[in-house]
Design a protein around this ligand. Structure first.
Ligand SMILES: [Zn+2]
Ligand SMILES: [Zn+2]
Length: 245
């Protein structure tokens, strides 16, 4: 568990992605599901170690519809009975029907292969959230719509602890912190404004989904460096007054 003033929150590790379990007063919510049985095993083990039943998992909040974040959704829904929440614009991703264009077709091919290998099935009953909405089940999360990686990509802001779960806005590894590769983005033109939105909201901590170690302070620092290197200049270029002397 991370030593901040965040409520009990746990990383659920999968092969290439991590999900996050928030626990509050005997109830849990899960941010993303991972793809492989490893994430299911980690989730079951964590819930059991907390002395809770599967039915204590009340909701799954999806940052976006990519398969590495949604692959276990049908299994977890069946196991726990949790409700599923996603931004409406990512529903087609979740159903495996998103019409990828250009370079992002590579992402679509990778997802097709993954769906076949892991016998993916889409959940049937969905709830939709919007930018700024406060999410239910007492977890204190607020939706922050951050399009670019996908149109419906969202982060979840934990207001009380000033922590943003930033989804795939960026990845934070020891060797490299980077925005998602171009072939994984379906609306890359919106990425810069999403980075600016987060920089402006200035959260104290950030936790993304792709990393080696859960360190919200480290990820916050790395976000700032990436933002200044890649995106802050664009804003300056757009707003810099012209010297007419
Ligand atoms: Zn993604
Ligand atoms: Zn991802």
């Amino acid at each position: 568990m991370v030593q901040t003033n965040i409520p009990d929150f746990y990383s659920i590790y999968d092969l290439v992605v991590s999900c996050h379990l928030l626990v509050n007063d005997g109830q849990c919510v899960l941010i993303d599901t991972g793809l492989t049985p490893l994430a299911r095993y980690s989730l079951k083990r964590r819930i059991r170690s907390l002395g809770l039943a599967p039915s204590s998992l009340k909701a799954i909040f999806l940052t976006h519809g990519h398969l590495d974040h949604t692959g276990n959704i049908a299994w977890i829904q069946k196991w726990s009975g949790a409700q599923i929440y996603i931004h409406r614009e990512d529903q087609m991703h979740l159903e495996g029907r998103h019409p990828y264009h250009g370079a992002s077709r590579i992402c679509g091919w990778l997802e097709s292969i993954g769906r076949a290998i892991f016998h993916y099935s889409a959940p049937k009953i969905l709830n939709y959230f919007q930018d700024g909405e406060k999410l239910p089940f007492g977890c204190g999360l607020q939706v922050m719509h951050l399009p670019g990686h996908t149109d419906g990509h969202c982060g979840f802001f934990h207001i009380e602890s000033n922590l943003l779960f930033s989804g795939d806005l960026f990845a934070c590894y020891l060797v490299s912190t980077h925005a998602p590769p171009f072939f994984l983005n379906t609306s890359a033109g919106k990425l810069a404004s999403s980075f600016r939105k987060v920089a402006k909201s200035n959260p104290r901590f950030i936790v993304c989904n792709h990393y080696e170690f859960t360190d919200p302070c480290y990820m916050r620092r790395k976000f700032q460096q990436l933002y200044e290197r890649r995106f802050a200049g664009e804003k300056l270029a757009n707003t810099m007054p012209i010297n007419r002397k």
